[in-house]
Design a protein around this ligand. Structure first.
Ligand SMILES: Nc1nc2c(ncn2[C@@H]2O[C@H](COP(=O)(O)OP(=O)(O)OP(=O)(O)O)[C@@H](O)[C@H]2O)c(=O)[nH]1
Length: 532
């Protein structure tokens, strides 16, 4: 592809595009970095807050279970000698169940799993024999037990805390159990539920079988949760935090901690989207706050691009003038361009160097053009005007209607000089003659070598008589001048006159007339001036 067909971008545009591109990339990058840092900070903080929160709630639950067990232990102690007093048993189960909401129900069961007393009585279990696995477990354990969730004889989904009752002699008498109904209002709801957040955070509790025993949505209680690493960890007795996806497919930030007394796990979690909801708004605020500075920066870039590109642009426009300059005016225009360029404020190093180089090369170019111009208009040997220059002189007279006289001049018997002394000496004679012509001429006269040893002198605004006097003076000067090797020479001269626009003859005819006059001077014996 040639360089002509390539698109030409302007430096200012290039600087602008580059700078704006850099600013936008930098801005985008810093916004992205800010966003990412804030995002990971928010996520980590939330994970940590949820872990701490789950640990706190697990601890509270542990304390509650301890307290509940203590109460049952106290009652078991009280009942050790009252197992046969129905009134005493009833009073104790009521005391334990009614004034507080620690337990939804309380039962005293003998070692045969028969219910001796129950509160509330409405459960209708009094006198019944319990067949549940949990009842058998409590009897077999003869120790404090916290059961897994199960459906009771009365049809409630519950967990049961039991404490064995021993007689003073150590005989096992049965147990007292308090139950917490998982799907109804209970003490766990009170402890855990009040911490339910409005911002999408919530917590739940699983038992050691990963079954939900507390959840803000009661319908979920009793469900088993699979494929949740947080639950696997917490059931294994570990505390920590995970990014998990919940059963509804929602990404969550979960903190978890075990309830060591019961082998349960508390999980506090918050949806990712809720955690990060404020972040977009925050980044937009950061963007809006930084916008004035960004615009100021862009303005600064635009001004800088303008300042940087201006000297180069001016230099380029300056040099473009050279392209558009016709060859014959090149020298004049180059000087104007050079002048214009020298006034360009090149305020930085490269532009200043470029300006210097352009001015210098234009100077050299002008000198070269002057030299060529002078060479093409000057006769090399005599440095008088050549025929081409002579034509231009005559054209200018014609155009300006300048009257002039012309003297044609020819060295007499020059061939003989050449033949006698050689061409080199002949050349010297020609040069000497040119020198003498220059001596005689006025500033406005134009001296021209029109042929080998023929010359012409144009005298503007000069009458024929004056021209004849000038010719005579020149002839006499030449004849009186001693030329080395040759001695003296003579010349013959013809004079013609063109009187301007109203002249009867043309310039060409005038030149022919002057030639004829010269011819006549030769004919008449040479060394003389003839005017026609
Ligand atoms: N040395 C030298 N001789 C030149 C130059 N140009 C022309 N001549 C010679 O000038 C001579 C002119 O001779 P002619 O035209 O015969 O005239 P002439 O001998 O001057 O005689 P008239 O003009 O009749 O007086 C020729 O011999 C040319 O060779 C030049 O540049 N240098």
């Amino acid at each position: 592809m040639s360089s002509k067909s390539l698109p030409k971008f302007k430096l200012r545009g290039l600087i602008l595009v580059l700078a704006v591109f850099s600013v936008l990339i930098t801005l985008g990058n810093s916004f992205y970095a800010t966003y990412e840092v804030q995002r990971s900070l928010l996520i980590n903080n939330t994970l940590e807050a949820n872990r701490v929160y789950a640990a706190k709630l697990a601890e509270v639950t542990d304390v509650f279970l301890d307290m509940a067990q203590d109460r049952l232990a106290y009652s078991a102690e009280m009942l050790s000698d009252q197992m046969h007093s129905e009134a005493g048993l009833v009073a104790e189960v009521r005391r334990l169940q009614e004034p507080t909401n620690t337990f939804n129900s309380v039962v005293v069961v003998n070692d045969k799993a028969r219910v001796l007393a129950v509160s509330p009585e409405a459960l209708g279990l009094s006198g019944e024999t319990l067949h549940s696995r949990q009842a058998r477990l409590s009897i077999a354990a003869r120790a404090p037990v916290i059961t897994d969730p199960f459906i009771s004889a009365a049809g409630n989904y519950l967990i049961s805390l039991s404490h064995p009752i021993f007689a003073a002699n150590g005989e096992y008498l049965g147990y007292i159990a308090g139950s917490i109904y998982l799907q109804q209002k209970n003490i766990l709801n009170d402890i855990l539920g009040k911490h339910y957040y409005q911002d999408g955070s919530y917590l739940y509790v699983v038992d050691r079988n990963k079954t939900l025993i507390y959840h803000p949505n009661p319908e979920r209680i009793g469900q088993r949760i699979e494929h949740n690493p947080a639950i696997d960890e917490v059931i294994a007795g570990n505390e920590g935090a995970y990014r998990v996806t919940n059963s509804q497919g929602v990404a969550m930030l979960a903190g978890f901690a075990p309830v060591t007394n019961a082998g349960w796990g508390v999980v506090a979690q918050r949806p990712n989207t809720m955690t990060l909801a404020g972040l977009d708004g925050h980044i937009i605020k950061v963007f809006l706050k930084s916008l004035p500075l960004v615009l100021l920066t862009l303005l600064g870039i635009w001004l800088s691009a303008l300042l940087i590109s201006r000297p180069l642009w001016q230099l380029a426009s300056g040099t473009r003038q050279i392209d558009n300059t016709p060859l014959n005016n090149a020298q004049i225009n180059n000087r104007t361009t050079q002048d214009n360029i020298s006034h360009i404020n090149s305020w930085y190093f490269e532009a200043a160097q470029l300006k210097r180089a352009i001015i210098k090369s234009m100077g050299l170019l002008n000198d070269k053009i002057s030299q060529l111009h002078s060479d093409s208009h000057t006769d090399a040997m005599t440095e008088l005007l050549n025929r081409r220059a002579m034509t231009q002189v005559l054209d200018s007279y014609q155009q300006a209607h300048t009257p002039f006289s012309v003297i044609t001049l020819d060295i007499d018997l020059f061939k003989r000089i050449n033949d006698t002394y050689g061409h080199d000496v002949g050349d010297e004679v020609i040069k000497k003659l040119a020198q003498l012509m220059r001596l005689q001429a006025r500033k406005e006269d134009q001296l021209c070598r029109s042929g080998g040893e023929e010359f012409m002198i144009f005298l503007p605004n000069t009458s024929q008589d004056t021209a004849v006097r000038v010719a005579e003076r020149l002839r006499e000067l030449i004849a009186a001048t001693d030329i080395p090797t040759v001695g003296t020479i003579t010349v013959s001269l013809g004079v013609g006159h063109w009187s301007g626009a109203d002249s009867a003859t043309s310039i060409n005819d005038t030149l022919k007339l002057a030639d004829q006059a010269l011819y006549q001077a030769k004919q008449q014996g040479r060394n003389q001036t003839v005017a026609l």
